[in-house]
Ligand binder design. Structure first.
Ligand SMILES: [Mg+2]
Length: 388
């Protein structure tokens, strides 16, 4: 049993949306196929993944370092003890050879994307959904049929005013979502507060509305928004500071007693540890949103979760970044708080299986083997172009 090839293509996301910090006009992602020598139904068994959204394609690092390391390793050194499947922890260790400590995202994104594709392959070899494999390994075999799912949106876009924002939120409520997250901080505060008030009218309660500042604020603006938003008791305030400004984050924690969410822009276990300890985040109320394919993948995430549990955090406080099937499988497998959805936003990369059912804020899982990209037709067609 061995990996015969690993291929990557760079795909543009093609969107003119923007948040408070930047626009997505140049955004790309890497789609990866890990091809094995296992033949099933006349075809080689292949694991797929992509590097989530918000970090650019990273094929150069893959081709320069990580793919050659895996393909030059002894095949049996990448297998589990029984020799009947790949061992993602050995695959991670192989890619990490000769890597200097620190400086994570340059390699955590390409490594994590390949590692998640390997998990897709591992689950397909077992002929089980990835969430079932993860549940067995990391969550006492607990198999949910559905998981909580909130919807992200409320982007700033040309010509988009309060009416269009309310229509967007109403559409999401009609689809079955119950918690909505909108962007904040990309307009003057008076305009943003009018947007938030208008959004609360549609979702019904401030507890059903989260806002995302995308790490755009410097101290004065962060303080102004935190004190203005505080009385509302929103579901959460996301990334009110630069991801590495632990001092300002800890000051905001003192000022803002409703939940704060962050973590999608730190990429290692130690970074999350620093964020929690020095940002003084609160285990009883705050939310961690690490993007798992961008942060070395699932093996590393299991370590991050162990670290968090050691600091008194529960799995229900983790809502990973990335509204896609990879995150859905991980949330279901580990029993995390919930996943996010970004329907219609990032082309073929948005959303879940085409036959996904959503009801009362819960998304229902499929029983397709692996991550289940085969049930997301547009994305799967794109993935097929890598291996033809
Ligand atoms: Mg965010």
């Amino acid at each position: 049993m061995k990996i015969t090839a690993i291929r990557e293509i760079r795909v543009p996301l093609k969107t003119n949306l923007r948040n408070a910090a930047f626009d997505f006009s140049e955004m790309t992602t890497s789609v990866v196929a890990v091809i094995s020598d296992i033949i099933r139904d006349g075809q080689p068994l292949i694991g797929y993944a992509f590097n989530s959204t918000g970090r650019y394609a990273c094929g150069a690092q893959m081709r320069d370092r990580f793919i050659p390391r895996l393909l030059s390793a002894k095949p049996e050194s990448l297998l589990n003890e029984l020799g009947n499947n790949f061992d993602p922890s050995k695959i991670l260790a192989c890619m990490m050879q000769r890597e200097k400590p620190g400086g994570h995202s340059e390699r955590s994104v390409p490594i994590g994307t390949i590692e998640v594709a390997v998990w897709d392959l591992v689950a397909k070899i077992e002929q089980k959904p990835l969430y079932a494999v993860l549940a067995r390994l990391f969550n006492h075999d607990h198999l949910p049929v559905s998981v909580p799912c909130y919807v992200g949106g409320g982007w700033y876009a040309p010509g988009k005013g309060i009416v269009q924002l309310q229509e967007e939120i109403q559409r999401r409520m009609d689809e079955g979502y119950r918690v909505m997250k909108i962007k904040v901080g990309g307009a003057p505060i008076e305009e943003d507060m009018a947007r938030i008030e208008a959004a609360i009218k549609i979702v019904g309660s401030p507890r059903e509305l989260a806002v995302d500042a995308n790490a755009a604020w410097q101290r004065p603006r962060a303080m102004e928004y935190a004190s203005t938003l505080r009385p509302y008791g929103l579901r959460w305030l996301e990334e009110p500071t630069d991801p590495l400004d632990y001092e300002l984050l800890s000051e905001l924690v003192d000022l803002y007693d409703a939940p704060i969410a962050t973590g999608e822009n730190v990429f290692s276990t130690l970074d999350v540890n620093n964020l929690i300890r020095f940002g003084r985040l609160r285990a009883e109320s705050d939310i961690i949103q690490i993007d798992i394919p961008q942060s070395y993948g699932i093996t590393q995430f299991a370590q991050t979760l162990r670290m968090m549990e050691g600091l008194g955090w529960s799995r229900s406080s983790v809502f990973p970044h990335g509204g896609n099937l990879m995150t859905l499988a991980i949330v279901a497998g580990f029993g995390l708080g919930g996943c996010e959805a970004y329907p219609d936003v990032f082309g073929a990369f948005a959303g879940f299986h085409d036959d996904a059912k959503l009801s009362e804020g819960m998304i229902f899982l499929s029983d397709r083997p692996g991550i289940g990209f085969e049930g997301q037709n547009d994305l799967y067609q794109l993935m097929q172009t890598i291996v033809q």
